[in-house]
Write a protein that binds this ligand. Structure first.
Ligand SMILES: C[S@@+](CC[C@H](N)C(=O)[O-])C[C@H]1O[C@@H](n2cnc3c(N)ncnc32)[C@H](O)[C@@H]1O
Length: 413
C-alpha cells in the first residue's frame, strides 16, 4: 500500500492532548490510572482528584481520573481488553462493541479480505477485531488526539505488526490507492453531541464510499441501525446486527457491503450465533392464530427477512406488515422469540383481565402491534387484579388486524 502522509504534531481535543495520551500510555501513566481506579472505588471523585493532584500535574490527574471513570463503559464495549486500553468519551460512545466488530471482521476474512484501509478508525474497536481476524490494517484517523489513543491501544495489545495506525485524512490516502484494496468505514455519526441519522451527513459520507466501490474497491460501511431497505445502494448487501442487552435484545447497527463483497441481498446477524440471509420480503401469507407465535428478532424485521422464518416454520403473518408469525410447528434455533398460545380473544382490556384471572401468572409481558396502547399501564392494571401470582410468566400480545383486534394469551416457550 502507499505511504501514509501524517498530520503534524498539533491539535487539541476537549479532554486531553496527544502529549498527555503518550504520558498516560507509558508505564508510569498506566500506574496512575490504576491508582485512579482504586481511589474512585470509594465513590468520591473530588477526593480522588485531590489525591492524584498531590502526585502529578492537574491536567494529568484529570486525564487519569477520566480513564478511571470510563472504565466500566469501556468494559461494556471492549470486554476483557478494557483495562489495557485508553479511551475518549466521545470516541467510546461511537466505538463498536467487541463482539459485533469481531463478527464483521470474521465475515470480511471469510469473504477473502486480507488487507484493508480503515477510513476513520476512532480509538480502534474495529481495528483490533480486524487485526485479530488475521487482516492487515492501515487504520487512519484524522483527529490527532483520537489517533494518539488509537496508536497507544494498538501498541498495548501487541498488534503493531499487523496494524499501521496513523493520523491522516483517509480521503487523500485512499485516492492514491490501487482499487483492489478493501476499505472499511464506520463514519462519525455525531456532531456537537447530537446523533446524525442521514448517512450522507456522516463523515465520511456514504456517497464517497459508493464512489470508491464504483472505482473497484471492495467496501464495507457501518451504518445507523435505522437504515431502511430503500437506502441500500443497488447491488449492495445490507446486514442488520442485533445483540443481547440488559433489557432484552436490540439492533445495534446496520452495515453495507459493496458488490465486490456481496453474497446475499439481505442478512440478519443475530449475535452471538444465528444468521439468516435471503431476499427482502414481498408479500407473505396471512392467517389465523395457531399453536405457536413467533416474534422475529428486530434484525430480521429490519432486514425484511420474516419470510425466511415463515418458510422455516410453515407459518404465516397474523396481519399484513405485522411482524408476528403463527405456525403449527415449534422450530428451535431461529432468530425469533417463540410463544405457545394458550387462548385467543377479541381484545378488550376487561375481557383480558377476566381471562387472566384463570391463570395464576407470576408475571406478565404485554406486547402490542398496529395499535396505540400503553403496554406498561396495561401490565400494571392486569397484574394488580390477579389474586395469586405463583404461576409461570405469561405474555399478552395484542394485534390489530384489518377486521378486528386480537389479544393472545401465551407462554414464552
Ligand atoms: C465512528 S468513529 C469510528 C469508531 C471505530 N469504528 C470504533 O469502533 O472504535 C469515526 C471516526 O472517523 C474519523 N474520520 C471521519 N472522517 C475521516 C477522514 N476523512 N479521515 C480520517 N478519519 C476520519 C472521525 O474523526 C472519527 O473518529
Amino acid at each position: 500500500m502507499s505511504q501514509v502522509k501524517e498530520f503534524g504534531p498539533t491539535g487539541k481535543n476537549e479532554v486531553v492532548s496527544p502529549e498527555l495520551v503518550t504520558t498516560l500510555s507509558a508505564p508510569a501513566g498506566r500506574e496512575l490510572i490504576a491508582r485512579a481506579v482504586s481511589l474512585l472505588a470509594d465513590g468520591d471523585e473530588l477526593a480522588a482528584l485531590s489525591a492524584l493532584r498531590r502526585e502529578v500535574e492537574p491536567d494529568l490527574a484529570a486525564a487519569a481520573l477520566t480513564q478511571a471513570r470510563l472504565r466500566d463503559k469501556a468494559a461494556a464495549k471492549f470486554g476483557e481488553d478494557a483495562p489495557a486500553l485508553l479511551v475518549l468519551p466521545d470516541s467510546l460512545e461511537q466505538a463498536t462493541r467487541s463482539e459485533v466488530a469481531a463478527a464483521r471482521a470474521s465475515t470480511l476474512r471469510e469473504r477473502g479480505v486480507r488487507r484493508i484501509v480503515e477510513a476513520g478508525a476512532g480509538i480502534g474497536a474495529d481495528t483490533i477485531a480486524l487485526a485479530r481476524a488475521g487482516i492487515e490494517v492501515v487504520a487512519l484517523e484524522r483527529d490527532l488526539v483520537v489517533a494518539a489513543v488509537l496508536r497507544a491501544n494498538i501498541a498495548a495489545l501487541g498488534l503493531r505488526d499487523v496494524v499501521q495506525a496513523a493520523a491522516a485524512d483517509a480521503a487523500a490516502y485512499v485516492a492514491e490507492l490501487s482499487p483492489d484494496i478493501a476499505v472499511y468505514a464506520d463514519p462519525a455519526r455525531r456532531s456537537g453531541g447530537r446523533r446524525i441519522f442521514d448517512p450522507e451527513l456522516a463523515e465520511p459520507p456514504l456517497s464517497w464510499l459508493v464512489g470508491l466501490a464504483e472505482r473497484g474497491h471492495p467496501v464495507v460501511a457501518k451504518i445507523s441501525p435505522s437504515l431502511s431497505g430503500e437506502q441500500v445502494p443497488p447491488g449492495w448487501e445490507a446486514a442488520w446486527t442485533s445483540t443481547p442487552t440488559s433489557s432484552g435484545r436490540s439492533v445495534v447497527e446496520a452495515s453495507l457491503w459493496s458488490p465486490q463483497l456481496h453474497r446475499f441481498a439481505r442478512r440478519a446477524a443475530v449475535l452471538p450465533d444465528l444468521e439468516i440471509t435471503g431476499v427482502p420480503d414481498v408479500e407473505l401469507p396471512v392467517g389465523d392464530v395457531s399453536t405457536y407465535l413467533y416474534e422475529p428478532d428486530g434484525a430480521v424485521n429490519q432486514a425484511e427477512l420474516v419470510g425466511v422464518l415463515a418458510d422455516a416454520t410453515g407459518g404465516h403473518l397474523l396481519a399484513p406488515r405485522i411482524g408476528y408469525l403463527s405456525a403449527e410447528r415449534a422450530v428451535d434455533d431461529l432468530p425469533a422469540q417463540r410463544f405457545a398460545v394458550i387462548e385467543t380473544l377479541q381484545y378488550s382490556a376487561k375481557r383480558v383481565a377476566r381471562a387472566l384471572a384463570h391463570y395464576d401468572a407470576g408475571d406478565l409481558v404485554v406486547k402490542k402491534r398496529g395499535l396505540d396502547l400503553d403496554p406498561h399501564r396495561l401490565r400494571r392494571e392486569w397484574l394488580g387484579k390477579l389474586r395469586s401470582r405463583s404461576g409461570p410468566p405469561l405474555a399478552v400480545i395484542v394485534v390489530r388486524r384489518t377486521a378486528d383486534t386480537l389479544a393472545i394469551i401465551a407462554r414464552p416457550d
